[in-house]
Write a protein that binds this ligand. Structure first.
Ligand code: GDP
Ligand code: IMO
Ligand code: MG
Length: 427
């Protein structure tokens, strides 16, 4: 039975949630496998707009089970408020349709404090994180300081873990960052109180998912961020702190790699990036502002304006190879309507050489100049198109060129934020 991974092939915000929502009907279980509340996934249903940070966006579909798997990092108070907000809007959420892995690491209040303090200290060299404590939480996980959802079940040892972590961290907060020490008792009680409300959801999700696959159920795995933000394969250090490439799907869920059947890569018809870091095709003049305005390119989590640029086939091909993408979804094609010509970056000029690959070295990548291929644009709005052949010839040619350059077929084209603004390509 299929376990399909949905993964971004740019720097996040590719429209993964919109694509997931369009496909969710064909699956039984929707799983988030990495990242945390740094993710902002927007789904539009009719006149309703939902912004998800931790809850898988599949929760809007009736009869589906949603899983927050072990690779995700969860801030308990935030998850509780997301659940309550969704319930207030009439979405059913209980222990029957939302499961939280006992193994998820908890984002603690001191992780947020540390995230912000570290960014402030880096000054001009900051990453531009979402400030949600993601980096420090994954750092604690790797350093074996982490506190997990399962620890909420044993308050005495939970308190001891918080005490011990803060005993070590407080001198750093005070002496390095000039921040007041945090009281472990207060931190522990605050998190335990929120955690109490999460107990009904806590489960061994890895074993649940393996059994579900054995039982013939269909799984859709929702990636957060994008392959170019992956901690191993992205534009390090301007990345997030988890494996946001498809390789994170196995470790982040406990589903053995050979049981993942398909990877669907999601790419915007142009490129955006939030936060700092190299971005070869960024448009720094008014054209970039126009794209931002037309595409509504403002962060779902932080509200920050997204940096905008042309489609970059070099970095996307690298991401497609890294994530082992089988087929693509191209989103926001409608946003390019009225732009003439449209440009695709097909190679970089790097230190006097022409290259078609992504350099690992940040200095080289920063020095890369894009080489563009220009294509004729189109004027017709795409909102009403429901078949690929309904698109204007120029838009069809644009999608075909992306397929050629990335070497994978397009399975879905999105021409608007609504559920129905979707073209299935029938491959
Ligand atoms: P994600 O993080 O990859 O799920 O993407 P976001 O939800 O952060 O950002 C994508 C934004 O584009 C959201 O506001 C979506 O509602 C919107 N969107 C998705 N697909 C389309 C599309 O095809 N056309 C337009 N105009 N908007 C879209
Ligand atoms: P979705 O799932 C876009 C970026 C931040 C920053 C870097 C590190 O909505 O695509 P972090 O807070 O993770 O330590 O920040 O990663 N970033 C995202 N950019 N979409 C996201 O999520 C992102 N999550 C993190 O802007 O540059
Ligand atoms: Mg997003």
């Amino acid at each position: 039975m299929p376990a399909t991974v949905i993964v971004g092939v740019q720097w996040g915000d590719e429209g993964k949630a919109k694509v997931l929502d369009a496909l969710a009907e064909e699956y039984d279980i929707i799983v988030r496998y990495q990242g945390g509340s740094n993710a902002g996934h927007t789904v539009v249903v009719g006149s309703e707009r939902y912004a998800f940070h931790l809850v898988p966006s599949g929760i809007l579909r009736h009869g589906k089970v949603c899983v927050i798997a072990n690779g995700v990092v969860v801030e308990p108070a935030l998850l509780v408020s997301e659940i309550e907000d969704l319930r207030a809007r009439g979405v059913r959420i209980d222990g029957g349709n939302l499961l939280l892995s006992a193994r998820v690491h908890l984002v603690m209040p001191y992780h947020r404090v540390l995230d912000k303090a570290q960014e402030l200290r880096k000054g001009g060299g900051k990453i531009g994180t979402t400030g949600r404590g993601i980096g420090p939480c994954y750092a604690d996980k790797a350093a074996r300081w982490g506190i997990r959802a399962v620890d909420l079940m044993r308050p005495a040892s939970f308190r001891e873990k918080v005490r011990s972590r803060l005993e070590d961290l407080n001198p750093v907060l005070e002496k390095i960052y000039g921040i007041e020490a945090m009281k472990w008792e207060e931190v522990a009680e605050e998190v335990l109180a929120a955690g109490e409300k999460l107990k009904p959801f806590i489960a061994d999700t890895a074993s649940y998912l393996r059994k579900a696959l054995d039982g013939g159920r269909r799984l859709l795995l929702e990636g957060a961020q994008g392959t170019l933000l992956d901690v191993d394969f992205g534009t390090y250090p301007y990345v997030t702190s988890s494996n946001s490439a498809a390789c994170g799907a196995s470790a982040g869920t406990g589903i053995p790699p050979r049981r993942l059947s398909e990877v669907l890569g999601v790419a915007k018809a142009y490129t955006t990036r939030v936060g700092a870091g190299p971005f070869p095709t960024e448009i720094l003049d008014g054209d970039g502002d126009e794209l931002r305005k037309k595409g509504g390119e403002y962060g779902t989590t932080t509200g920050r304006p997204r940096r905008c640029g042309w489609f970059d086939a070099v970095s996307c091909r690298y991401a497609v190879e890294t994530s082992g993408v089988d087929c693509l979804a191209i989103t926001k094609l409608d946003v390019l309507t009225g732009r003439n010509p449209v440009k695709i970056c097909t190679a970089y000029r790097c230190e006097g050489r022409r290259i078609e690959t992504m350099p690992a070295d940040l200095e080289s990548l920063t020095a890369c100049e894009p080489e563009y291929e220009e294509m004729a644009g189109w004027e017709t709005p795409l909102g009403g198109c429901r078949r690929r052949e309904h698109l204007p010839a120029e838009a069809q040619a644009y999608v075909r060129r992306i397929e050629q350059l990335l070497g994978v077929p397009v399975r879905l084209i999105s021409v608007g934020s609504g559920r129905d603004d979707t073209i299935r390509c029938g491959i």
